[in-house]
Design a protein around this ligand. Sequence first.
Ligand SMILES: [Mg+2]
Ligand SMILES: [Zn+2]
Length: 195
Amino acid sequence: MAHRAVFLDRDGTINEEVGYVNHCERFYLLPRTSQAIRLLNGHRFKTVVITNQSGVARGYFPESLVQEVHQKMVSLLRAEGAYLDGIYYCPHHPDAGDPPYRQKCRCRKPATGLVEEATRDLELDLSKSYVVGDRGIDVEFAQKIGARGILVLTGYGRGEWEYLRDRWRVRPDHVAENLYEAVQWILSQESSEDF
Ligand SMILES: [Mg+2]
Ligand SMILES: [Zn+2]
């Protein structure tokens, strides 16, 4: 049986948006992130981080830093009993830096390459899945993969929602203050659908 997933954006959704996280010391979990992910773990959602990290292509930091930051994220979450089933990132940018990182790849959100990979690795049912993120492209990405999209107002969320939403091609299915409230909404949807 295929699993339901919640695809989580990283910067501005899980951790504080600080511009580029170009050092481990700039990575801080947002309040109640662990609690939110633990709830998803408890309800048998696969929790999958999908993140664009074009700072690699732009030459701001090496790809190894992205992996170090992810180790830190995993251990901070684990210390609070929260578990991620997968972490996938795109280090590319279509115009910045040099090849091979400069490329029109299939994995930079809202493109769907990373989700295709996750779906194969984890046997996911995208039609029963959700995307949570702080930008319009996260919402667009949700629609592209046939999942429901939730905008959080942390990170760039509040500004994008106030100033840019008229330009968005896709409306979010829900807008939440933060990841924890997004997860509460997801669980309320699930109970009303008789899972
Ligand atoms: Mg973000
Ligand atoms: Zn990519």
